[in-house]
Design a protein around this ligand. Structure first.
Ligand code: TXA
Ligand code: MG
Length: 359
């Protein structure tokens, strides 16, 4: 299959272009498209055979459910059993935006889309081209990140092409994404309605995947929100099936070096020197503030410590680059877990298989 890459204006997408892409989706095909978080690989969410194509193209395990992308809050009514009051509050506060909510699914959502679960994940992306594509194609696009399974999520159309060239007919290239890390996932499927119409919670809503929207931001809107215990404990079973895979894994061995700034730099330089003597190539993931102080084969800054957003935006591109450069070992500085920094550390820990060295 030939993969076409079409530039699209992310803010004001051309109607004809959106129509052509929507035609592919309506015909049961796949289209990669930009969102504000990462690029998605879209298919008609309500057609089982379309969803199956996503799993095939990505090499994704079929028990890992997809997120349905919608363009209007009202679109929720068809795909979820009931809408708990928290969902309205969160949608008012954060949709369109980088928040995915999990609900009990309705009958029309095929198990192929939900990986066999009775729950469904839904998000309204904050991206004009994505919203236009969703509307034009019938309102429901299932879209995981548009990488092959196990690679970092794509933040540029070029990353999508690296992974999926020849496997899908169309990539819409809207340039670099704004956030760079996948949406926050909150599980509201713990909410159910009693016979007298009252909402009860079996447990407090949990964050299953950290992202740009933090647990604290969610709690400000709906009260207590917890973290899935599977996030902190690598041996616990995470509630989002996708979080159990060693995602975002570079080919090289990766280690996070944590401690005071100067100690971290000194230790990484020592390790790089030892690797060099063994004939091994070292990659360093650092920041604008420290990049001049390393001596190693490949030194890449992911952003500035004064702006956690910049670190999130470039992290996956840097991980991909380390693979391309052929580093044998990668050392990364650790980042403050403030705001989106928490999501950055979550992804880095997964990439490193939780391998952290304290200095
Ligand atoms: O930002 C994003 O969310 C991007 C863009 C394209 O929207 N999408 C994305 O999709 O990251 P994906 O498939 O790469 O990650 C979806 C995550 C997986 O960890 C999956 O297990 C979890 O969501 N998930 C989906 N449905 C679920 C459900 N019903 N219950 C629990 N976890 C679910
Ligand atoms: Mg993914």
């Amino acid at each position: 299959m030939i993969t076409r890459i079409e530039k699209i204006n992310p803010q004001r997408p051309e109607t004809l272009q959106i129509r052509n892409a929507a035609d592919i989706l309506k015909g049961g095909g796949l289209v990669a498209f930009p969102t504000e978080t990462v690029y998605g690989l879209g298919a008609d969410a309500l057609r089982p055979e379309a969803a199956k194509k996503i799993y095939a193209a990505k090499g994704r395990p079929s028990d890992n459910p997809l997120i349905i992308h919608i363009a209007e809050f009202e679109a929720l009514f068809r795909i979820v059993k009931e809408i708990p009051p928290q969902a309205r509050l969160l949608a008012d506060a954060f949709w369109p935006g980088p928040l995915t909510m999990i609900f009990q699914k309705s009958e029309i959502v095929p198990y192929e889309t939900t990986g066999g679960l009775d729950t469904v994940a839904v998000r309204m992306p904050d991206h004009p081209a994505a919203l236009a594509l969703i509307r034009e194609s019938g309102g429901y696009i299932a879209a995981p990140s548009a990488n092959t399974s196990g690679r970092p999520s794509p933040t540029l159309a070029e990353h999508v092409a690296e992974d999926l060239d020849g496997r899908i007919p169309l990539i819409l290239d809207g340039g670099a994404v704004g956030i760079g890390i996948e949406s926050t996932i909150i599980d509201l499927s713990c909410m159910s309605k009693t016979a007298d119409g009252e909402w009860i919670a079996d447990e407090i809503p949990l964050v299953l995947r950290p992202g740009y929207i933090t647990r604290e931001m969610l709690a400000e809107v709906i009260g207590t929100v917890g973290d899935d215990p599977g996030l902190a404990d690598e041996n616990a079973h995470p509630k989002a099936p996708g979080m159990k895979y060693r995602h975002y894994a570079p080919k090289a061995e990766m280690i996070i070096v944590s401690g005071e700034r100067e100690d971290v730099i000194r230790r990484i330089n020592e390790l790089a020197e030892e690797n060099c003597q063994r004939g091994e190539k070292t990659g360093v993931i650092c920041t604008e503030e420290t990049k001049e102080q390393y001596r190693a084969d490949f030194i890449r800054s992911t952003g500035s410590r004064s702006d956690e957003g910049s670190i999130a935006r470039h992290l996956y591109a840097v991980l991909r680059e380390m693979d391309t450069l052929g580093a044998d070992r990668i050392y990364s500085e650790n980042f403050s877990a403030l705001r989106i920094g928490n999501a950055v550390m979550n992804r880095l820990l997964k990439a490193a298989g939780h391998h952290v060295v304290e200095v």
